[in-house]
Design a protein around this ligand. Structure first.
Ligand code: FDA
Length: 406
């Protein structure tokens, strides 16, 4: 797999390939496979000590490799139309066909999310086997020092020598999880060639609380709601919510984090499936002597019910509440404000929002409109998916789009 094409030619001729891909992650490997299948000579370089580290750690080790319901609407981008072409030409069914060809067992967890039965390792193995089948070389521990464009193509100085390529594909990912090899390399290279970079920030990331807002909830760490609805403006997500030592997390918070900016009004519906007001009125009839906080503790996790009662609703026996009061409490719990101070940042974020401005790229091929032969694919581009397999589908689709033409 890791034949040292670069090192073997050191001191002699430069290594010459048709296509050089920087980054052996999801997008880079898919692009390499597609180009290799067209008979192109392809070299993939990665500065990490092994390929596909994020594939390995994804989906809790089971890789949520796609989503059956992928549409462009599940992507955040400065240009919401940009992802359409690539997503339409390489669909979840195309990737599923590849998974099935390699006899990898998978299942739908929920909401169209497809996971491996066994391990993410199988997805990476599959991609590397496909690379090997079309003679794509994948080299790790090989950083890129300098990239120059000349009349013949691209001259790339690596830790092991110079590589010349007709096409250069930047698949170096975003900034999330630096300990896994993430770097700002792709953005720097894009800037070097005159591309605009849209401001980057952590996405699909837990939110933090500070000051009195943190004090209110800090000792609830570990308390979870199976279903809540987080809302910022007109955007909302319904899924699990978890209180952490530093703030709030869980799928509905990770999802909304990609739409939240500091200062935005974040609201949480603590019981989206049921009218809390109606329920409280019924409970008052059934248990008039019960304390409000104990009654609420039958609807919400007990520690949370206790804390919410302390914060806003002095607890009394249920019979002392009037209908309007219970319905007002219900309305407040359906629209609970949580004042987040920030996010946990790239250290724990699943993705990076922003990146290479799509205005400078062809949506059909991912080729630079400024520098012919230069391509950007995957997370380095300003296209970011929701939680649930959408980001890998973008990596496969954008990698495939470039692989068809490089
Ligand atoms: P990716 O980051 O995968 O690959 C980039 C590669 O470039 C890396 O191998 C890196 O080492 C290399 N590189 C960086 N700088 C370089 C340099 N200067 N020189 C050479 N190489 C360089 N998505 C999803 O759809 N389903 C899921 O289950 C999950 N789960 C998940 C869990 C966790 C913990 C994280 C952090 C992320 C996810 N994701 C996910 C998101 C998904 O992993 C991500 O969107 C894709 O891996 C992006 O693919 P890329 O190939 O663009 O970048």
């Amino acid at each position: 797999m890791h034949g040292c094409a670069v090192r073997r030619r050191r001191g002699g001729d430069r290594v010459k390939v048709d296509v050089l891909v920087i980054g052996a992650g999801a997008a880079g490997l898919m692009c390499a496979i597609t180009a290799g299948q067209r008979g192109r000579s392809v070299l993939v370089l990665d500065h990490a000590n092994k390929p596909g580290k994020k594939i390995l750690m994804s989906g809790g080790g089971r890789c949520n490799f796609t989503n059956l319901g992928v549409t462009p609407a599940q992507y955040v981008s400065g240009n919401p139309h940009f992802a359409k072409s690539a997503l339409a030409r390489y669909t979840p069914s195309d990737f599923i066909a590849l998974v099935e060809k390699h006899r990898i067992a998978y299942h739908e967890k929920e909401l169209g999310q497809l996971f491996c039965e066994e391990s993410s390792k199988l997805i990476l193995r599959m991609l590397l086997d496909e690379c090997a089948a079309v003679h794509v070389r994948v080299e790790v521990d090989c950083g890129v020092q300098k990239v120059r464009k000349n009349e013949e193509g691209f001259s790339v100085l690596t830790a092991r020598g110079e590589v010349h390529a007709d096409s250069l594909v930047v698949a170096s990912g975003g900034l999330s999880i630096p300990s896994m090899g993430a770097s700002g390399f792709g953005y720097e290279l894009a800037r070097q060639f005159g591309h605009n970079i849209l401001a980057t920030r952590a996405g699909l990331v837990p939110l933090t609380l500070s000051g009195k807002h943190q004090e209110h909830y800090a000792d609830l760490a570990g308390v979870a709601l199976p279903v809540a609805e987080a809302r910022v403006g007109k955007r909302s997500f319904r899924a699990g919510l978890l209180f952490t030592h530093r703030g709030i997390s869980g799928p509905c918070i990770l999802q909304i984090s990609s739409y939240w900016q500091p200062g935005d009004d974040l609201r949480v519906n603590l019981s989206p499936q049921q009218s809390i007001g109606d329920w409280l009125v019924d409970q008052r009839a059934a248990r008039p002597a019960a304390e409000f906080r104990n009654v609420l503790g039958d609807l919400l996790p007990k520690r949370l019910a206790q804390r919410l009662s302390e914060l806003r609703f002095a607890s009394r026996p249920m019979r002392q509440y009037r209908d309007a009061e219970l319905r007002d409490i219900g309305d407040q719990l359906h629209d609970w404000p949580i004042v987040a101070s920030g996010t946990e940042g790239y250290r724990t974020a699943e993705v990076t929002l922003g990146g290479v401005d799509t205005d400078g790229l062809s949506s059909a091929t991912m080729q630079s409109k400024i520098v012919p032969g230069l391509y950007f694919i995957g997370e380095v581009v300003d296209v970011t998916g929701w939680l649930g397999g959408y980001n890998f589908q973008w990596a496969w689709a954008s990698g495939h789009a470039a692989g068809e033409v490089v």
